[in-house]
Design a protein around this ligand. Sequence first.
Ligand code: PGA
Length: 251
Amino acid sequence: MRKNIVAGNWKMNKTLQEGLALATELNDVLASATPNCEVVVGTPFIHLASVASAVDTSKIHVAAQNCADKVSGAYTGEVSAAMVKSTGAEYVILGHSERRAYYGETYEILKEKVQLALANNLKPIFCIGELKEEREANKQNEVVKAQLEGSVFNLSAEEFGKIVLAYEPVWAIGTGLTATPAQAQEIHAYIRSLVAEKYGKEVAENTTILYGGSCNPGNAKELFANPDVDGGLIGGASLKAADFKAIIDAF
Ligand code: PGA
């Protein structure tokens, strides 16, 4: 059976000290809890090693928010998948709409990143989702299909089995607008049907598909109650331990 996951995406927030304080607080509130989902925190690169050694990594799994599309060498400022792995991180968020929009990450670049992540035993959390204009033109299905075909449907079934998908409608990210539970369920079911077409029913049933976009303690329960919504990728609400814990408790 597929895993339910609640993953935080801190984005470019928190100094190292602030991030460590947040991770430690979360570790403390989870110490006596038994979450009904896997908990992941996606931190900036510089926090990864410190957070991974400060928390109980059997309970809090650490994710990077990006990795390079090259193995190693003269790529000033880049961080490779092998480097991410060496910090103790287990996951890497790839294809986030902010990376696609602001850093020019194309389908081809993302394809390389996903492959390098897998080659280094990192589990990609691969983000897909449509823009507001695309939703208004009812093009969300073709957009997510192209994103999957462009960057991850080249994988073998075994490789695909290691990735987590995150559906994040761009119009819902950081805007306070959330997809309705019905909108989320509809497109998650469609995404699962695409995976089934490509890799078969068993792989599709085992694929975790997260929802992201203004998910918060007030709406998480309704969103996660849908059969094809297997958790959330949480931005703003992952920056406060109490809010993030409340979302974890939605399971
Ligand atoms: P948000 O961000 O929860 O702040 O909308 C979600 C994301 O971008 O992953």
